[in-house]
Design a protein around this ligand. Structure first.
Ligand SMILES: Nc1ncnc2c1ncn2[C@@H]1O[C@H](COP(=O)(O)OP(=O)(O)OP(=O)(O)O)[C@@H](O)[C@H]1O
Ligand SMILES: O=C(O)C[C@@H](O)[C@H](O)C(=O)CO
Length: 332
């Protein structure tokens, strides 16, 4: 088992912080983007997707972020409201920043990529004045994602939120969410990722994301056990390392490890798997489930989302995941 102390007297279960943007997913798939003529618009950004997923599962959620003062920004806030996410502390940029856009290319179920338009984006303008200790301390858990560390002032805003969370015994969950195009250099990335991960109780990332963080520690050799152990020496209680279609492995501070399988699914596109997995896994933790049950729920949510066109809009409700698991073929 694990020892995460979710304080029962909090009015929110989970607050997400960071990126709120737009996904424009190719309507014509199984072809390169050069041959795509139309795209569907969805709310996007990893922490937004995870918070939407968590809210759909029934968690009480809120979000700390900054949106552009334009139609896209208003669309994002309205979508979050429609999904029962508290938007009361989402601020609106006044500097003329724009909404980040992610054009997604679906060449085949195995070959997807994202073309980013992220110059002067509003989400990275989040600053320390937008982060309220009174708000954070209302929550059982805080979800941070690595991309918000890419630039100041968002970087400082996230570190302040991490400090407020630790001070007020809010469980801190980090989804590594490494998007290289947002960063200036791999070295800078690793330094800030490591500084943030030191403060987290739960760390979720892919093997490649942990490799990026371990670039100064050559003896790690992509060894999942070694990776996890490093974080147990700081605050981590659970470290989850994802391996795409090969599943995932979770380590707990008490020395246990759990291998998570996948579910057979008809993959339309690969992106969104990680966000769906995280939202359902976090739901399991907040409901005090054991790790294998939370991982299975996460894998099922991921299998559902990758069979659909969007990430945020495809996030399933609990009954959808339960029904899927009752019928789907599990792969160990
Ligand atoms: N092809 C697949 N079939 C079934 N399940 C999958 C597949 N790919 C991923 N998953 C599930 O989703 C989980 C997370 O996937 P992955 O490791 O690709 O995360 P990620 O790289 O963060 O995702 P994203 O592409 O959204 O950034 C896996 O542990 C697995 O349970
Ligand atoms: O902002 C991005 O990096 C893209 C996301 O919005 C997209 O929804 C995704 O890749 C999910 O993992």
């Amino acid at each position: 088992m694990y020892n995460l102390d979710f304080k029962p007297d909090r009015s929110l279960d989970l607050i997400g912080i960071g990126r709120l943007c737009i996904d424009l997913n190719a309507d014509q798939f199984n072809r390169p983007m050069e041959e795509t003529s139309s795209f569907s618009k969805y709310v996007g950004g990893s922490p937004a997707n995870i918070t939407i997923g968590a809210s759909r599962l029934g968690l009480k959620t809120g979000f700390i972020g900054k949106v552009a003062d334009d139609q896209m920004g208003r669309f994002i806030v309205q979508y979050l409201k429609n999904n029962d996410i508290d938007t009361s502390v989402i601020s609106v940029d006044q500097t003329g920043a724009v909404t980040g856009l992610a054009f997604t290319e679906i060449k085949s179920p195995e070959d997807c990529s994202i073309l980013m338009y992220r110059d002067n984006v509003a989400d990275l303008k989040l600053d320390t004045s937008n982060v309220s200790e009174d708000y954070i301390k209302q929550s059982k858990a805080l979800l941070v994602s690595g991309t918000a560390l890419a630039e100041s002032p968002s970087r400082e805003a996230v570190f302040l939120a991490l400090d407020y969370a630790r001070k007020n015994k809010v469980v801190v969950i980090m989804d590594l969410d490494y998007r290289p195009y947002t960063w200036k250099s791999p070295q800078e990335t690793a330094v800030y990722y490591n500084l943030a991960a030191e403060k987290c109780d739960v760390i979720i990332g892919t093997r490649e994301e942990f490799d990026m963080m371990e670039q100064f520690e050559k003896d790690f050799n992509e060894d999942d056990q070694k990776t996890a152990q490093k974080w147990f020496d700081y605050h981590a209680e659970i470290v989850v390392i994802k391996h795409g279609s090969e599943g995932s492995i979770a380590y707990t501070k008490n020395g246990d490890s759990h291998k998570g399988g996948t579910f057979k699914t008809k993959v339309l596109k690969t992106f969104g798997a990680g966000d769906a997995y995280a939202s359902a896994f976090i739901y399991g933790l907040l409901n005090n489930w054991d790790i294998p049950k939370a991982m299975e729920f996460g894998s099922a949510s991921a299998a559902i989302v990758i069979s659909k066109h969007s990430c945020s809009d495809a996030m399933p409700k609990k009954n959808e995941i339960d029904e899927f698991m009752a019928e789907a073929v599990a792969i160990d």
